[in-house]
Design a binder for this molecule. Structure first.
Ligand SMILES: Nc1ncnc2c1ncn2[C@@H]1O[C@H](COP(=O)(O)OP(=O)(O)O)[C@@H](O)[C@H]1O
Ligand SMILES: CC(=O)N[C@@H](CCC(=O)OP(=O)(O)O)C(=O)O
Length: 299
């Protein structure tokens, strides 16, 4: 008899399944928004695991909504085209040409790839961007920076970088109610008709808020939020996050990620979790077992 079929191994498997039962009962009918970051997408085996996890959530009665990124992939395409890209506070400064490339990479290549993986895992996914049904109206992001010498505040122009200002949840609800899984690219449309490039974390948080989701998962390429000694911070609240930002512990892409967690929990999402998307089935372990992983943000 192989180890896999030994009595102990079988009992262990059954125990894991029964351990999942109270979580399945608690979460049935709830909405979970899952943000799948561009850095977590590289490995095809992990992508398969991710798709299986999402399909399993749907199969046990949870409504998963996937919002994806693709920052590294946009960067690679811009480099191929010889277009320079600059980031301010983790946001890509987006001129008209960059907006076109971002839309092509996000709502074209990446969106359909994820729809395909979910299909392979036995689910039915519908790919959307915020332009479809006009469901994400974007407002231009305005940022300022204070000059340390003169103390004068300057306006920074990020171009066509948007943030969701209105979300029509009916588009997502319709897809979910039909037994399908919405897969959303972080592109919105302005009242001016322009295409806006939205940071994928921001998009996921806003959608989670609009759907009154029970959980927002942000899958990335680090174990969670790390302190200055690279130790995992397992629980954070908005006040602790403000301190980490002020003392420079969090930088780059982690800034919009945590801003997103704060606005999501303030908008009524029960909890937001930053998880390591490089760990196979990280999301299933977080949801259905007592072994929590990553950083949990609550009010
Ligand atoms: N305190 C911190 N803890 C963990 N990661 C951090 C921290 N500060 C900055 N980061 C950076 O944030 C990155 C995750 O954000 P981002 O690159 O936008 O990922 P994604 O593409 O998955 O959204 C990490 O790879 C890391 O380089
Ligand atoms: C405004 C802005 O920065 N938009 C992002 C959209 C993609 C994204 O957020 O992807 P990740 O989650 O993989 O980083 C960008 O252009 O890179």
């Amino acid at each position: 008899m192989t180890e896999e079929f030994s009595e102990t191994a079988m009992l262990q498997k059954a125990k894991t399944l029964t351990e999942a039962l109270p979580y399945m009962q608690r979460y049935a009918g709830k909405t979970f928004v899952v943000k799948y970051g561009g850095h977590a997408m590289g490995d095809p085996a992990l992508a398969r695991n991710f798709a299986e996890d999402v399909v399993l959530l749907k199969a046990v009665g949870i409504n998963p909504v996937v919002v994806h990124g693709g920052g590294p992939q946009i960067g690679a395409m811009l480099r191929q085209l010889g277009v320079e890209s600059e980031f301010i506070d983790g946001l890509r400064v987006t001129d008209a040409e960059t907006a076109k490339v971002a839309e092509m990479v996000l709502s074209g290549a990446i969106n359909k790839e994820i729809v395909g993986w979910i299909g392979q895992a036995g689910g039915r996914a519908v790919g959307l961007s915020g332009k479809d049904g006009g469901f994400v109206r974007a407002a231009k992001v305005r940022r300022t920076a204070r000059d340390p010498d003169s103390n004068i505040e300057r306006i920074l122009d990020l171009g066509f970088v948007g943030e969701p200002e209105a979300i029509d949840r009916r588009v997502i609800d319709t897809v979910s109610a039909a037994g399908m899984i919405p897969v959303v690219a972080p592109i919105g449309v302005g009242a001016d008709g322009h295409t806006y490039n939205i940071n994928a974390d921001t998009m996921a948080g806003a959608i989670a808020g609009a759907l009154e989701a029970a959980r927002l998962f942000l899958l990335t390429d680090v174990p969670g939020v790390l302190d200055k000694d690279k130790q995992l911070l397992t629980d954070l609240d908005p006040a602790a996050i403000a301190r980490l930002r002020d003392d420079g512990t969090i930088t780059g892409g982690m800034i919009p990620k945590l801003e997103t967690c704060v606005s999501a929990v303030e908008a009524g999402v029960d909890a937001a979790v930053i998880l390591d998307g490089r760990v196979p089935h990280a999301m299933l372990l977080e949801i259905f077992t007592t072994r929590g992983a990553g950083t949990l943000v609550r009010e």
